[in-house]
Structures are given as C-alpha cells and as structure tokens.
Write a protein that binds this ligand. Sequence first.
Ligand code: FNR
Length: 336
Amino acid sequence: MSRLSYVDKIILAPMVRMGTLPLRLLALRYGADIVYTEEIVDKKMVRTKRVVNDILGTIDFIDEFDGSVVFRTCNEESNYVVFQVGTSDPELAVQVAKTVEKDVAGFDVNMGCPKEFSIKGGMGAALLKQPDKVKDILTNLVSNVAIPVTCKIRLLPNIEETMDLARTIQNCGVAAIAVHGRTKEERPQHPNNNEAIKRIAEDLSIPVIANGGSKEIDSYEHVLKFRMATGASSVMIARAAQYNSSVFRKEGKLPLDEVIPEYLRLCIEYDNVFTNTKYCVQMMLRDLQETPMGKRLLESKTEEEIYKIWGLLDYYKKKQEEFKNLSLKLQVTLPS
Ligand code: FNR
C-alpha cells in the first residue's frame, strides 16, 4: 500500500455521528479523494477489540463493555480513510493509532473542537493554547506510527500566533495540517478567514488542507473556488457534504432523492445502526423535515420504517436474510 498523499485532494471532513462508514463510502464513490472518520475519543477507542466481521466484510472495533461498534471500516476505504482521534494524552494517542494503523491510511488529531466536553478534557481546541502538549502528542505519534500523522486546527485570535503554532506542528514531522478558518469562539455563520489560511499555506512547506468554506459551497466548482481563495493544497468539506455528499461529483450534484437511497443502500449493506441512519438522513433533509416524507422519518422507530419510506424494504429484508444465512454458516453473530 502506498503512503497516503495529502497534495491536491478533496476531502470529506471529520463529522461526529455523520462520518460513519456509509457516508464515507458514499463520499468516496461520488469523488472524494480522502475521507475522515468522525472524531473518536482515545479513552473510548482503547477499550475496543478488533474483530474481523466475515458477514459484512468489515473490520469492527467493538466496545468490550457494551458490545457496540465504535468504528467500522472495510477494504473499499482502507487506502483513503483517515482516523481522527480526540486526545490530550501522548501515550493514549499512540495506543489508539497502533490499534488502527493496519486498517486505515492516516491518523489525525482533532485540535479544533470547541465543545465543552472536549475543552474540559483538554482535547480539541484546548490544545491550541498548549504548544508543548501538541509537540508531545504529534512527535510521539510520528515516531511510533507507520501511517502519516496529521492534525486539524482552528485559528487563534492573532495570525502571528497561529502561524507560530502551524510551524511548531510542521516541525513535529506531520504529513499535512488542516486549518479551519475560524477561531474557537466563532460559529459556523461567521465568515471563514480564507486570507489567514492563505498566509499559513504560503508559509508552510507541508500541504495545508483548507476547511470552513461550506457556507459558500454548493457544487464542485465552489469547492475548487474555495481552494483558489485559500491557496491551499487541498480542501476539506463538512457541512456541504453532510447536506448532500454528491457535492464531490465533478459532473455536478445529484438531487437528494437520488442521494438518500444510495446512502440507505450502504446503511443496509453495512448494517448501520438505526439511530445513526435516522440522524444522518435527518441532517440531509434539513428543511425538508417538514414535508410528509420528513415527518414520516421523524416518527420512525425502526429501520424497516425508514427503508419503507424510500422503497428499500425488500432490499433490506433480502440483505438481512443473507446476513442471517451467512451467520448460521459461519456460526457467528452480528454485533449490535
Ligand atoms: C463537525 N466538525 C468536526 N471537526 C472535527 O475535527 N471533528 C469532528 O468530529 C467534527 N464533527 C462535526 C460534526 C458536524 C455535524 C459538523 C457540521 C462539523 C467540524 C467540521 O469538520 C468543520 O471543521 C466545520 O464544519 C467547518 O467546515 P465546513 O462545514 O465549512 O466545510
């Protein structure tokens, strides 16, 4: 397997709950070059067990306490998937990276999350103010892990400070850095500071991945425009891909009534958990949640009900039957 390059790439951003296997595969099929997992916190990941799932053709990392699937991946994405960890601990970060390094193409540290849970745990954006901790985490990873290591940051209030931090990060030997052009205090409705990303991209020698442009992104052309505006090597898209992952298509975006069934087929094929499937489709529907279809989705209590709305109930039943037969043959059960 060749080492993942972050040059000239269009990337699906890490998104908690959204970035599970079905969305990552859909984004890849629509043209994304690299897909990031949702952030998974180190303490949660270290208590998982790696299981080869012969029924689905996946590798599952199963929580040893409650049996839930914490991370599911498969061959189709193995050369393109980047695992994102939430951490404030250099040792635990390496432990997590070692657990997944044979199954993923890259390893990323979240240094941008502004949520209270992350900040209180010294993770995410809390790291932006702790360059020594950042150095410890990244150098420990770079020297102990076989796959490329990256991180994703936000801007600090002052551009010089941000550039200093970016240089510190570069000196740790990371393969690339993703920069979200907002500060920890700024919300998605604030304009993204493309100029700051440009300054950082000009200053560093490693690839810079520009992020934060979704407000102005509704098509592949807009993705390219965002790259031009930031002068970055690569771009990373979150919300625009959350709403409609066919934004990665060079040939143009597809209507949601084509994208959602494609997404649901993947949920069926990879036995995605109901609550996650429902949440993700709700996020895709946005304003359409008020339509009769949207209301049916909101009211749904089982996966059968969701698949019925999009005419996929027969396909769901067929795949479930296949899984059942295969599990009898292999004498194993599917994880929850
Ligand atoms: C995010 N974001 C995020 N960032 C990160 O580093 N790890 C994560 O797990 C998440 N989770 C997450 C969930 C959801 C639903 C959203 C919308 C966002 C932030 C995201 O990756 C990105 O930095 C911002 O959304 C800005 O990029 P866009 O949306 O303008 O392309």
